[in-house]
Design a protein around this ligand. Structure first.
Ligand code: GLP
Length: 281
C-alpha cells in the first residue's frame, strides 16, 4: 500500500505542472441515471484517465469548482471523488496548491526473464502487495493433476489473491503448488517465490501463455475497474531445476496497467553474410 506521506506533500512543487485540459473529460461519464453513487462514477472516470495515461503524472487537475461545473455535480461530490483517489494513491492534494496526479503504476514487464511479482514491482520502485481471496489446501483436480504431473488424489495448496502495486490493483492471480513443495499456504504472506526458495524449491524456468480477454463483472470489481475492460489472461507453468513442475498460475492482468515487452533478435540464418552483401552490391 502507498504510505500516507506520499499523498500529503505540503511543499510547493519545483517544476510547474501542466493543468489538465478540459476536453479530456467526458461530461457524460457521470450520470444520476446510473446506480453507482456520483462520486464513485467521477472517481472511476478520473482513475481511467490516469491509469490509461491520458492524464500525466504530476499534472494538476482543474479546481474543484470547475470539475463540479464540468460534470454537473456538487463540490461535495467532487471532493469525495478526489479524496477516494487520494486514498488510492493516484492523486496528491497539496494545501493551497491544488490536486496533482501522482505516478500511476503502469508497468513494463519483460517477458524473457523469470521474476516474481514482488521483484517486478521492487525493481520499479513500487511496493508490491496482496489482498488475499483464498489460501487453502485440497486434492488436485484432474486438470491440475494432469498439468502438474501429479497422481490423482495428491494434495495441492491454492493461493488466490489480488496483486497490488503501491496499493493499486494490477492483477488477480490463482496459483496452485503441489503440497509437497508448499504444505501450508498460510506460510505465504508476501512473496510466494521467497517462501518456495527458502524451502529449497527454486523457480528455474517457466512457460507462459498470454491471451487477450476482457474482465468479467467479478474480476472488474476486484480490480476496481469497469466490466468488459481489456485484460491479459496469463497462464504460467514454472519448473524446478530438476524439471519437475513447481507451480501452475492463472492470472488476469489489467490491460491499462501493464505493458509486456519482448526483445526480438534477428535469427542467425537470416543475417546476411559479408559475401552475400558484397555479391549484391
Ligand atoms: C508472478 C508470476 C506468478 C508467480 C508470482 C510470484 O506474478 N506470474 O506465476 O506466482 O509472480 O510472485 P510473488 O513471489 O511476489 O508472490
Amino acid at each position: 500500500m502507498r504510505s500516507p506521506a506520499r499523498n500529503a506533500v505540503p511543499a510547493a512543487d519545483p517544476a510547474a505542472p501542466a493543468v489538465v485540459v478540459e476536453p479530456l473529460f467526458d461530461n457524460q461519464a457521470v450520470s444520476s441515471a446510473r446506480a453507482l453513487p456520483l462520486y464513485m462514477q467521477l472517481a472511476q472516470h478520473l482513475r481511467q484517465l490516469i491509469m490509461g495515461g491520458a492524464i500525466n503524472d504530476r499534472d494538476a487537475l482543474p479546481a474543484e469548482r470547475e470539475l463540479a461545473e464540468r460534470f454537473s455535480v456538487s463540490r461535495v461530490t467532487v471532493r469525495k471523488a478526489l479524496q477516494s483517489l487520494t486514498d488510492e494513491g493516484l492523486l496528491q492534494q497539496r494545501q493551497g496548491a491544488g490536486t496533482f496526479v501522482s505516478a500511476p503504476p503502469r508497468v513494463e514487464q519483460p517477458l524473457s526473464v523469470l521474476t516474481s511479482f514482488t521483484e517486478d514491482m521492487q525493481s520499479r520502485g513500487l511496493t508490491a502487495g496482496s489482498v488475499w481471496l483464498d489460501r487453502t489446501t485440497g486434492t488436485a483436480s484432474s486438470d491440475e493433476a494432469l498439468i502438474l504431473g501429479l497422481s490423482l488424489g495428491e494434495r495441492v495448496s491454492r493461493l488466490r489473491r489480488i496483486r497490488l502495486a503501491n496499493g493499486v490493483p494490477m492483477a488477480i492471480e490463482n496459483s496452485v503448488v503441489p503440497s509437497r513443495f508448499l504444505p501450508d499456504p498460510g506460510a505465504v504472506s508476501g512473496s510466494l517465490y521467497d517462501v518456495l526458495r527458502a524451502r529449497g524449491h527454486i523457480p528455474h524456468r517457466a512457460l507462459q501463455r498470454l491471451s487477450a480477454t476482457s474482465l468479467t463483472e467479478d474480476q472488474a470489481r476486484l480490480l476496481d475497474t469497469q466490466p468488459g475492460s481489456p485484460a491479459l489472461h496469463i497462464e504460467r507453468r514454472t519448473f524446478l531445476p530438476t524439471g519437475g513442475m513447481l507451480e501452475l498460475v492463472r492470472s488476469s492482468y489489467r490491460g491499462d496497467a501493464y505493458d509486456f515487452v519482448v526483445e526480438l533478435q534477428l535469427s542467425a540464418p537470416s543475417i546476411p553474410s559479408r559475401h552475400d552483401s558484397e555479391a549484391g552490391s
